[in-house]
Structure formats: C-alpha cells, structure tokens
Design a protein around this ligand. Structure first.
Ligand code: PLP
Length: 263
C-alpha cells in the first residue's frame, strides 16, 4: 500500500512551486500526498504578485482533520507565510511527539521567492528559528535563508560549513542541507546530525525551468527518507531527481518555468 505523506505549504496557481508541485513529487515517488495550504499566492512563471495567508485556525483545523483520518508517515514543511502559521505547525508537531509519533519531518525555511517577494513575515522568521527548528529532523535552507537563520553572512561555499553548524546547534539531532543552487558549481552541503559533513556535487544546467526547485528538492528528500534511505543516500537521490527534472523540463511561460516533476 502507498504510504501517505503530508506537505504544509503555499498554493502556487501556476503549479511550479508549493503544494501543487510537492504533490507531483510525491506521486512521482509512488507516495500518496495530502496537503495543508498556508497561503494563497497570486503568481505565474513571471513572479509572485500577492500572497493571502490562510488563518492559523484553518491551518490548525486542517492538520488535525488530516491526522485523525489520514495520518502521515512523513511531513514536508514549506512556505508558512505568518508567525501564527509557524506556531500552529510547531504545536501540531509537539502534539504528534506527545502521542509518540516518530516520522521524518523536513523543513524548507521559505522566506522569499526568487522574484523577491516576502513569503514569511519578519516575526515568523523568529518563531521558525526558536520554535519550529527544534522540532524537525531536516532543514534545507538556500544560502540567503542559511545566513538569516544563522545570523551571519553566507555568500560563498567557504561560509557554508560554519553557518550550517550554527543552525544545527539550534535543533536537536538536526540534519542540514544547505543548497548552493546559485553557486558555480552548484554544490550542496550536507551536515549530518551525527557530525559527518559531505559535499553533494552539482552540475550547472543552463535552463529557464527552475521555478520551485527548492520545493521539489525538499519533497524529494522527504520521499526518500520515508522509504528509509540513510541521510547521505536520501540527499544524493533528491539532488539527482531535481537535476533530471530541470534537464527534462519543457519551456513553459514567459518567465522561470516549472520543472518536469513527473519524468
Ligand atoms: N510560491 C510558493 C507557494 C512557494 O512555496 C515557493 C517556495 O517554496 C515559492 C513560491 C518560491 O519559489 P521560487 O523560489 O522558485 O520562486
């Protein structure tokens, strides 16, 4: 029987990022995906125009409703939009822990779209760092998010290990994948909870189909973890999946198009 996994993220009507993309990633991995929408964005391949957050009450009710009927065997958390939604998700994870549920939880600490729009309010960043980070097993920041969470400047490859360790110290048994998609070469850094550090080599792919790359990576990582992959295997497989999804994507839209998540 297909395992059930949950994504908690924003809605992107152009299907490049957010829950729509996450559900495609889960389907591509042979998993049954459920979703909790945290914000309705107005966007296309050209960029994010607006974001209307879903209330924390609705997020809380959705998570409880799903858990009572379709309990997830893994959770991916993406865009949360508001401090209230971050707190609602943290409380949900605390309730699961209280009931003895131990499942992989991957946090993609989405703060801003590639087009520059804020996707998490300023108060939310603080609540994410203080309340949510200690409750997850994995976090997948890009360089900007890594810098903001670690409170230090992260511009290049050499800045990544120390910042990743800082982040790790904020969690409990936290695995960090710092994604270096904008670096050349676009290598990611895996800092495992056990202390081992690995560079995940990336290859530069010339493409305009890059919208939602972070969403796809974190969902693919969760999928591999639900299958029981070891940390390094899961991260390598997720990176490989995203590279192939970029490589095989057809151009779509006037801006940065979606990946081919169902190749
Ligand atoms: N929109 C939603 C709903 C998202 O969840 C995300 C990222 O996680 C984005 C937009 C940003 O995607 P990109 O960085 O590719 O613009």
């Amino acid at each position: 029987m297909m395992q059930t996994v949950l994504t908690i993220a924003g809605f992107d009507p152009s299907s490049g990022a957010g829950v729509t993309a996450d559900l495609m990633v889960f389907a591509a991995h042979g998993l049954f995906g459920t979703s909790c929408i945290t914000s309705l964005t107005v966007q296309s391949t050209v960029g994010v125009q607006a974001s209307t957050p879903v209330s924390a009450e609705t997020v809380r009710a959705t998570l409880d409703c799903l858990e009572s009927d379709l309990p997830a065997e893994g959770i991916k958390i993406g865009m949360l939009a508001t401090a209230g939604n971050v707190a609602a998700v943290a409380e949900f994870l605390e309730r699961l822990r209280g009931h003895g549920v131990r499942i992989p939880v991957v946090l993609d600490p989405v703060m801003r779209s590639s087009s520059g729009r804020e996707l998490l309010d300023a108060e939310g960043v603080g609540v994410l760092r203080e309340r949510l980070l200690p409750l997850v097993d994995w976090v997948t920041p890009n360089l900007e998010e890594l810098g903001i969470l670690a409170g230090r400047i992260v511009m290049q490859r050499g800045d990544m290990p120390e910042a990743a360790r800082d982040l790790q110290a904020m969690g409990k048994e936290l695995n960090v994948v710092a994604t270096g998609g904008h670096l050349n070469p676009p290598d990611d850094l895996l800092m495992q909870a056990g202390g081992e550090m690995n560079w995940l080599p990336g290859e530069q792919i010339v493409s305009r189909s890059t919208h939602g790359t972070g969403c796809a990576f974190s969902s693919a990582l969760l999928s591999r973890l639900v299958f029981g992959d070891a940390p390094l295997d899961a991260a390598v497989m997720a990176k490989r999946y995203v590279a192939e999804a970029i490589r095989t994507a057809e151009p779509r839209g006037k801006g940065l198009g979606p990946l081919n998540l169902l190749f």
